[in-house]
Structures are given as C-alpha cells and as structure tokens.
Ligand binder design. Structure first.
Ligand code: HEM
Length: 372
C-alpha cells in the first residue's frame, strides 16, 4: 500500500512489481504552442510527484481551498493510501510532427508500427501524442491520477482514449506469483524480471550508444488492445487450449514438464512422434530462441468493458510491453505471431500505440525535460 518513489534513474512503472490495476490514457495535444506543452509537462510532473506520494495535488488540495473556487484536487482519493501508484509517460510518433519543432529529435526506434496480418484497429483507440500509464493496487487511486492530469491539461491536451485494466497479466519480479489472463492461463512466467539486471540493459533500457540522448535510460512502450473471443475459447477442449498456448493450464508448466518455471523443451516428442510443444504454439513462436534472442518486458492487464451488443463480453488483454528497440523486439515477434500463431483464431488486435518513454525524472526536473 506504500508509495513508490517517482524520481529516479528510470521511470517508475516499468520494472516496478506490476500493480493490480491500470488506468491508461492517450492524449492528443491540442495547443500548438511549444511553451504551453512544456509548462504542462512541468505541472504534470509536480502533480505526479504528489499523487504517487499519496498526497492531494495543488497548494490546498481537495478540501482546504477557498469555498468560492473549484478544489485543486478532485478529492476521490482522500483517505486512500498511495497504493503503489506509478505514473509513466511516453511520447508517440505524432508528437514529433511539425507542431512543436521536435522532428529532428524523433528517435529512429520510434517507428510507426506496420500493419500486422489481421489487425482490425480502431483509430479512436489507437495512437496518441502522449500516453500516461497509471498503475496502482487500488483502481480509484489510478483513476483519480489520470482524471487530475486530464483536468490540469484542459485546453492543452484532450484525452484521445483511455483503458481500465482490472487484473495484471504479468509479473515483473520473481517475488510475485504469476497471475492468469482471461483464457485462464498463467501469464508472465517467462517475462523479463527486475532481478535480471544484466538482461534489462540488453533488452529493456535504451543505452548511451543507441541515442538519442534524451532517451538514454528510457524504454519504448507498445500498447495493443487485444480483444479475446472468450465465448469461442470457452467451447474449446482443455487439450486444445493447452496445445495452443504450449503450457499446462493448471501448473503453467511447459507441455512435457512438471513445474511452471521448468525450461521449455522444444524438441520433446510424444510417443506418437508429435512435438509436445506444437510448431505453432504461442510460447514457441514468441520465444527468444525463435526471435533472434528478442525479449519483452510485458506488463499488460485484463479488461472487460461491458458487452458488445451481440451477447458477447467486450473482453481481452490490454497488452503493454517495454523494450529497448521495437524494430528488433515487438515488431518481428508480432509479425511471426500474426502469421502463424494458433491463438489468432481467438483474438483480434483492435487498438495500438507506440511511445518513447524517456529516462527517469530527477528532483527539480520534469518529464521529458531533455527533449525540449
Ligand atoms: C507467453 C498469452 C499476446 C508475447 C505467453 C503465455 C501465455 C500468453 C499464457 C505463457 C506464459 C508466459 O511465459 O508468460 C497471451 C495471450 C495473448 C498474448 C492470451 C493475447 C490475447 C502476446 C503478444 C505478444 C506476446 C501480442 C508479443 C508480440 C509473449 C512472449 C511470451 C508469451 C514473448 C514468452 C514466451 C517465452 O519466452 O516462453 N503469452 N499472449 N504475447 N507471450 Fe503471449
């Protein structure tokens, strides 16, 4: 329930042990003035430091201000603990267009994502100039944070879309148990974890030689709203479900193995000569040994946004993955999954974003200071 430090070498909310709840918001910048964008980022950073410490924002907070003015803080988090709130910012490709003179600062790794086979993207749930990921163990704390940032941004940014997530689908620390996604499988077993320090430098954090300078210590976030056709999945046999993923549903162990964290044996065969982990199983196609060593730090959430009017739940996975270079990581992995993954029969990608998340904020500095 305690606070997570906002300042540091890296932004919080990336390797921070994944919290239970998400409120993710993508913003369009509506002002055309660079100075207004900079002052917004300063105000947001000051507010983020207070919010993540579990404090009201502004000088007077929610209830101590003058009776004649709207309160500075909207108040619904009064009395709630910080609940490990983290706020993580990222800048989308569209921020680097002509409006703010940032075109020459656009990182080469911040590519526009290509169209992947079977993508069915809704433009109203895709893109965004700026993304803020709020994660907390308390849903109201996460919602309060985004609401107050949006309120501060009035006249300078507008919410383009936002997504609530109610349950984590990954762990980012070996101290956490592995949660389950809405297909009922343990998710996050073979994820990058904060204890893998050497690997994090290789796979997660932008290094000095990668450039640009303002991204060193940062990471690239790919977000995908993935609708899961859970009603169809629920009519699929247990054996079929397990062979699609490549793991046992109960234990989470790779097929042919006993324990969740046992290494996957991609060569093992059943007595009838078939591979235990099928050729097109999700964990084979996504595994680093079939992707030039590429790994991701996955940090996604389950969502159910009511129903779709056709008697089906609008449910799925809000996939969030951080990495050092999406050209070498998310894009090739997703290309391979989009081509061959048997899971595709049960999922469809309906929203998408890519964001450059700068290094951490030091006290007295603000989000993205080195970019301006
Ligand atoms: C592993 C489910 C989408 C990349 C897994 C596992 C499950 C799972 C159950 C095994 C547990 C684990 O090691 O975490 C799903 C579902 C998806 C989905 C239900 C869609 C709704 C994606 C996407 C990507 C991805 C879009 C990346 C483009 C991975 C990776 C692994 C993995 C890298 C670890 C493979 C390994 O090294 O063993 N996923 N996944 N997944 N998934 Fe997914």
């Amino acid at each position: 329930t305690g606070p997570v430090e906002f300042h540091g070498e890296h932004q919080a909310g990336i390797i921070t042990p994944v919290q239970d709840r998400l409120h993710f918001a993508a913003f369009d910048v509506t002002t055309t003035k660079r100075a207004e964008l900079v002052s917004l980022l300063k105000e947001w950073s000051a507010a983020a430091a207070l919010l993540t410490a579990g404090r009201d924002i502004g000088q007077y907070g929610a209830v101590n201000g003058p009776g004649e003015a709207p309160p500075e803080d909207t108040g619904e988090a009064v009395g709630l603990p910080p609940a490990r709130l983290t706020l993580t910012i990222g800048f989308g490709p569209s921020l680097f267009d002509k409006r703010f003179g940032l075109a020459s600062k656009r990182p080469q790794a911040l590519v526009d994502l290509p169209h992947f086979i079977a993508d069915d993207l809704d433009p109203n749930r895709s893109g965004g100039d700026i993304a803020v990921q709020a994660c907390s163990d308390d849903p109201q704390v996460a919602v309060h944070a985004i609401r107050n940032l949006a309120r501060i941004g009035f006249g300078r940014v507008a919410v383009r879309y936002s997504q609530l997530g109610f349950g984590r689908t990954a762990s980012t620390s070996r101290a956490q148990t592995t949660p389950r996604n809405l297909f009922g499988f343990k998710d996050g077993t073979n994820n990058l974890k904060l204890e893998d320090t050497a690997k994090l430098e290789q796979q997660l954090w932008v290094q000095p030689d990668d450039g640009p300078d303002w991204m060193v210590g940062g990471s690239y976030l790919v977000s995908r709203r993935i609708r899961m056709n859970i009603e169809i999945w629920d009519r699929t046999s247990l054996g079929e479900q397990e062979s699609i993923i490549g793991r046992g549903k109960g234990t989470g162990a790779p097929l042919g193995k006993a324990d969740e964290f046992d290494a996957i044996d991609f060569e093992a065969k059943n007595s009838d000569g078939d591979l235990k982990v099928a050729k097109e199983a999700h964990i084979r196609l996504a595994h680093p040994s079939f992707n030039n060593g590429a790994e991701l730090l996955r940090r996604g959430y389950n969502f159910v946004d009511g129903s779709d009017g056709l008697g089906r739940l609008d449910a799925g996975l809000f996939f969030l993955a951080y990495q050092r270079d999406p050209r070498k990581q998310f894009i090739p992995v997703q290309n391979q999954l989009a081509r061959s993954d048997v899971l595709n029969e049960y999922i469809v990608h309906v929203g998408s974003g890519i964001f450059a998340c700068p290094g951490g904020v030091t006290a007295g500095s603000y989000w993205g200071e080195k970019l301006f």
